[in-house]
Design a protein around this ligand. Structure first.
Ligand code: ATP
Ligand code: SKM
Length: 383
């Protein structure tokens, strides 16, 4: 029998597995009225052993509190619900009010839950091939919050540029990232459209040609480059002009990487009229997928050498039920923040090692050399 860890989370729910947002309002209401009861349960839980089958139940005239270990996966939550159902049923019969307003479930999270794998029974139902954060929305939320704080300190206003093929979600993820970091968000396609009232990107391509569009794109990037605190979603083809890199390298460049099959599904779902590079006139809905797939494959092949100049790489693959649709936006956001965080750590470590200089005084002054010390892990080859 495992003892309850020190970190305790309190949530309202039925025992079903739900993203926190779904039950936040109800949770707040219940927490307000059941605060004292929860506090005493937390105390008890912190000091007593328990397992997921040994949920604790306590009641008073005004409150019912059920304490159970927190589930890390949908499957574990379902199993727990089955186990706990007998406890809920008499309560529901006894009380005329909806269950959500009467029950408070106190969950114990795993210690340092952000980093750890679910333990005990939960671990069995957790797919070991899928990262724990991809399976548990609570864990994901906690991780995003942790990274939000870390990046707030680390980035110091440094802008982030998102690159990648059309349909990778640069605009969607970019907006979320900007919200999380409290940055301003720009989408170069939208800025160009704003400068051409009443005309879409597709109209601009058609009316003025691709070269004109690319000039506009470079102009927007040039104007944004001097500013800090930005998230910029670039057009899929912006990477192919070298001077655009001189603008984007004022910030951190992140490449969202998705398989052409995934992107083709998304762009077709959005409507073929929006993608001038993929669809000419007269393409039917039936052939849209195969045409876009073929073109996306070709474009990706041509552009990979540019995209590879990015500072960080974000894999859009989804697992399990997300295999077809790609990783959900919240998961992509987390991967992006994690990659930027790691990149900054790595850059700081490299910079630190470069700060060590040696002065070779073996020769006379004219041959005196100032040079970086060899990195400890890679001693310089002997001459
Ligand atoms: N993680 C995701 N899961 C499922 N659908 C997504 C995800 N991210 C984006 N999408 C959908 O894919 C489509 C393209 O997204 P979005 O416009 O953000 O891509 P983009 O990279 O900015 O494209 P473009 O380069 O053409 O502007 C939209 O319909 C969006 O809702
Ligand atoms: O991949 C591309 O070249 C493009 C992507 C879109 O964002 C738009 O910038 C435009 O449709 C071209």
């Amino acid at each position: 029998m495992a003892s309850f860890p020190r970190t305790i989370q309190t949530r309202c729910i039925s025992t079903s597995y739900k993203p926190r947002r779904d039950c936040r309002a109800a949770c707040r209401r219940i927490l307000e009225s059941r605060h004292n009861m929860a506090a005493s349960m937390r105390q008890q839980l912190a000091s007593r052993p328990c397992s997921s089958t040994a949920a604790r139940f306590s009641s008073s005239s005004s409150s019912r509190v059920l304490a159970a270990p927190r589930c890390h996966t949908p499957a574990a939550a379902r199993r727990q619900q089955q186990l706990l159902q007998p406890l809920f049923t008499p309560l529901q019969q006894q009380q005329q009010q909806p269950r959500r307003q009467q029950l408070l479930v106190v969950y114990a999270a795993a210690p340092d839950s952000a980093a750890s794998q679910p333990a005990g029974e939960d671990a069995e139902s957790c797919d070991p091939n899928i990262p724990a954060v991809d399976q548990d929305f609570d864990l994901l939320g906690a991780e995003v919050k942790r990274l939000q704080e870390a990046l707030g300190d680390q980035l110091k206003g440094c802008s982030i540029y998102l690159i990648g093929m059309m349909g990778t979600g640069k605009s969607t993820t970019g907006k979320m990232l900007a919200n999380t970091l409290k940055y301003a968000f720009f989408d170069t396609d939208s800025v160009i459209e704003l400068a051409h009232p009443g005309e879409s990107v597709a109209d601009i391509f058609k009316k003025y040609g691709e070269d004109y569009f690319r000039n506009c794109e470079s102009q927007v990037l040039k104007e944004l480059a001097p500013y800090k605190n930005l998230v910029v979603a670039t057009g899929g083809g912006a990477v192919s002009r070298p001077k655009n890199w001189s603008y984007m390298h004022n910030g951190i460049v992140a490449w969202l990487q998705g398989a052409p099959e995934l992107l083709a599904r998304r762009v077709v779902a959005e409507g073929i009229e929006k993608r001038p590079l993929l669809f000419g006139d007269g393409v039917s809905e039936d052939e849209a997928y195969s045409i876009s797939l073929q073109k996306l494959q070709q474009l990706l092949e041509d552009r990979t050498k540019y995209y590879e100049n990015a500072d960080v790489f974000i894999d859009l693959r989804g697992y399990g039920k997300d295999e077809q649709s790609g990783a959900p936006t919240a998961v992509v956001l987390h991967r992006l923040m994690q990659a930027v965080h790691e990149k900054i750590n790595q850059t700081e470590a490299e910079r630190e090692s470069r700060r060590q200089f040696t002065i070779d005084r073996a020769g006379e002054v004219p041959s005196l050399k100032v040079q970086p010390s060899p990195h400890p892990a890679q001693p310089a080859a002997e001459e």
